[in-house]
Design a protein around this ligand. Structure first.
Ligand SMILES: [Zn+2]
Length: 502
C-alpha cells in the first residue's frame, strides 16, 4: 500500500502500457536522467503487470542528492515485491534473445514463468527442431530436489536442455552434479547499459571459468547452447537419452537396475523409480509401469531362488510400494498381495531382508513373509533355522561400505570429501522417510550438518579457488565420488561368484 509520497526505490518500469513487456531501468544519476528525458518524448511508465506490479502509471523522480527512481501516485495500492535494478531482467533477457535469434536466423520463443515467487522465476527459451531445444534461465532460487525434478521432466520433452543459473540460485549439490556431468555450470549476470540491461554468460567450474560474454557470441548447436571456450564433456545417457550413441539392450538395462538396487540395499535406502534411474540410467525414466514390471522380473530372475526381492525396495514419493511391484512379487512366486497394506508389509520385510543380505557386514536375513492363497499375510510360525537365507559376503576393506549413512556422512565431512558428501546426501534424502524414528533423527542431524558444511565449503572455494584445485586431488575425488555419487557398482558387487547362497 502506497499512501503519501512513494518512498520505495522503484527502479524499473515498462513503457507502452501496463501489460507491456518492454522494460526500462531508470538512470540513477540526475544528469543521465535529464539526458534520457531530452532524448525521449515525455513518455509514460507503468508499474508493469509482467513485473508483478499493479499496472498503475509511475512518474520519474529526479534527485541531485540521492538516487533517481520511479514513484507511484499517492494512494496507490501496490503489492509488487521486486523493485530493484534487477527486477526487470526476465524481460530484458527476452530482448537479448530476440536480437540473438534474429542475428542467427533461427526461430525461438521465450516465455517467462511464475513458479511461485514472481512472474520472472524462470525464462524458458525454446528453439530448434519443433522447439525441442530448451534453454532455461533460472532467476529464482532452486532447491536441489526441485532442480532434479524439473530436470527429469524437461529432459523427457527436450532434445537438448541447458540450464543457465542467475546469481545465488543454485545449490552446491546441483553444482556438483552439473560439474560431474558436463564439466561446468552455465551462469548469467546482467549489466546496465543506459536504460536497458543485457545478459552476460559464462561457463563455470571450480578450476577455471570462461570470460563473461554477451549472448550474441554464443552459439546454438544441435547439442545445445555453447559459450565460447567451454567444451562440454561427452554427455552420458543419464540425462540425454536421445544423445546416447546406441540405445542399451534390455539385458544391459536389467543389469544396471540390479546393480543400482543392490547399491541401494547396501546403504539401507529405498529409492523411487526416478532416484533409481539416476544411477541405473536416464533411458529408464520414461519406461511405462508395465515395462518396469518386465524389467524387474528379469532383475529378480538374475538373483536366484531364496534371495531377497530387490524390487521390494522401490517406493513412491509418499513412501508406499508402487502398485506394479505387486505383479513382480507374484511373478517371483511370493504370492498375490490382496491389498496395498499387505503389499506394504510384505515389501517392508523384504527390504529388511535385502538390507541384511547386501548390507556390510551382511547379517542373517529374517524369513520372507508368507502369503495365504487369498493374499493375506499367513500366521507367523517360528521359522526353522534351515529355511532362513544366509548369505555370506566377503568383508571388504573400505570404511564406506560398512557404515550406516549417518556415519558415512560424518566421515565424509571429517575427511573433507565434498564429492562423497554430495553423493551420500542424495542417498540420505531419498532414504530418510523409510527409516525408523531413532535412525531418522540421527540421519536428519547429519544431513543438516553436512549441508551447512558444503555451503561453507562452497563459499571458501570461491575465495581460494585456485589453491584448492590441485589436479591430483580432483582426480581422486572424482574416482571416489563416482563410486557413490553416481551409485556405480562397487568392485565385486553384483557378481554372483562373490556370494554363496544358503
Ligand atoms: Zn505498482
Amino acid at each position: 500500500m502506497v499512501s503519501g509520497p512513494d518512498s520505495r526505490l522503484v527502479q524499473t518500469a515498462v513503457v507502452g502500457g501496463p501489460n507491456s513487456g518492454r522494460a526500462i531501468i531508470l538512470p540513477t544519476d540526475a544528469d543521465e536522467l535529464l539526458r534520457w528525458r531530452r532524448s525521449h518524448r515525455a513518455g509514460a511508465y507503468w508499474c508493469g503487470t509482467q513485473l508483478g506490479g499493479c499496472g498503475n502509471e509511475l512518474s520519474d523522480r529526479l534527485y541531485r542528492d540521492k538516487v533517481c527512481h520511479f514513484a507511484h501516485r499517492p494512494h496507490t495500492s501496490c503489492h509488487r515485491t521486486a523493485t530493484g535494478a534487477n527486477s526487470a531482467d526476465h524481460l530484458f533477457v527476452k530482448d537479448d534473445l530476440a536480437a540473438w535469434t534474429g542475428s542467427l536466423g533461427i526461430k525461438g520463443r521465450a516465455t517467462s514463468r511464475d513458479l511461485g515467487s514472481g512472474p520472472g522465476d524462470v525464462v524458458d527459451f525454446r528453439a530448434g527442431n519443433g522447439g525441442r531445444q530448451y534453454v532455461r534461465f533460472q532467476f529464482s532460487k532452486l532447491s536441489h530436489a526441485e532442480w532434479a525434478g524439473a530436470r527429469d521432466r524437461l529432459t523427457r520433452e527436450a532434445a537438448t536442455l541447458d540450464w543457465v543459473f542467475g546469481p545465488s540460485t543454485v545449490q552446491p549439490e546441483t553444482m556438483e552434479e552439473l560439474y560431474d556431468e558436463y564439466g561446468y555450470l552455465l551462469r548469467f549476470r546482467f549489466e546496465t547499459h543506459g536504460t536497458a540491461r543485457h545478459i552476460r554468460l559464462r561457463a563455470e567450474n571450480p578450476g577455471n571459468s570462461t570470460d563473461w560474454v554477451p549472448l550474441r557470441v554464443c552459439a546454438m548447436t544441435s547439442e545445445g547452447l555453447r559459450v565460447p571456450g567451454a567444451e562440454p564433456r561427452c554427455r552420458t545417457f543419464r540425462s540425454r537419452p536421445r544423445d546416447a550413441a546406441a540405445p542399451r539392450s534390455g539385458d544391459e538395462q536389467v543389469r544396471a537396475l540390479r546393480e543400482a538396487l543392490i547399491s541401494a540395499a547396501r546403504f539401507r535406502t529405498r529409492p523411487t523409480w526416478e532416484a533409481l534411474c539416476r544411477s541405473a540410467g536416464g533411458d529408464l525414466l520414461g519406461v511405462s509401469p508395465q515395462d518396469r514390471v518386465h524389467l524387474l522380473i528379469a532383475v529378480e530372475q538374475a538373483g536366484g531362488e531364496g534371495t531377497p526381492l530387490l524390487s521390494a525396495l522401490l517406493r513412491t514419493g509418499e513412501g508406499e510400494p508402487p502398485p506394479y511391484v505387486g505383479q513382480v512379487v507374484a511373478a517371483a512366486g511370493g504370492g498375490t498381495p490382496a491389498t496395498a497394506q499387505v503389499l506394504k508389509r510384505w515389501c517392508q520385510r523384504e527390504a529388511d531382508r535385502a538390507f541384511a543380505v547386501h548390507g556390510m557386514p551382511s547379517r542373517t536375513a529374517p524369513a520372507r513373509l508368507a502369503l495365504t492363497s487369498d493374499g493375506r499375510i499367513a500366521a507367523q510360525r517360528a521359522e526353522p533355522s534351515t529355511r532362513r537365507t544366509i548369505v555370506h559376503v566377503e568383508a571388504r576393506a573400505s570404511l564406506l561400505e560398512v557404515t550406516p549413512l549417518h556415519e558415512a556422512l560424518r566421515g565424509a565431512r571429517e575427511r573433507q570429501d565434498r564429492r562423497l558428501a554430495v553423493g551420500l546426501l542424495e542417498q540420505a534424502e531419498d532414504s530418510i522417510v523409510t527409516l525408523p524414528k531413532p535412525e531418522r533423527g540421527r540421519l536428519a542431524r547429519e544431513l543438516r550438518e553436512t549441508r551447512d558444511w558444503l555451503n561453507s565449503e562452497v563459499k571458501k572455494h570461491k575465495r581460494k579457488r585456485r589453491r584448492l584445485v590441485n589436479p591430483e586431488e580432483r582426480g581422486r575425488a572424482k574416482r571416489r565420488g563416482g563410486t557413490l555419487g553416481d551409485a556405480r557398482p562397487l568392485p565385486g558387487v553384483g557378481k554372483q561368484s562373490k556370494k554363496g547362497k544358503r
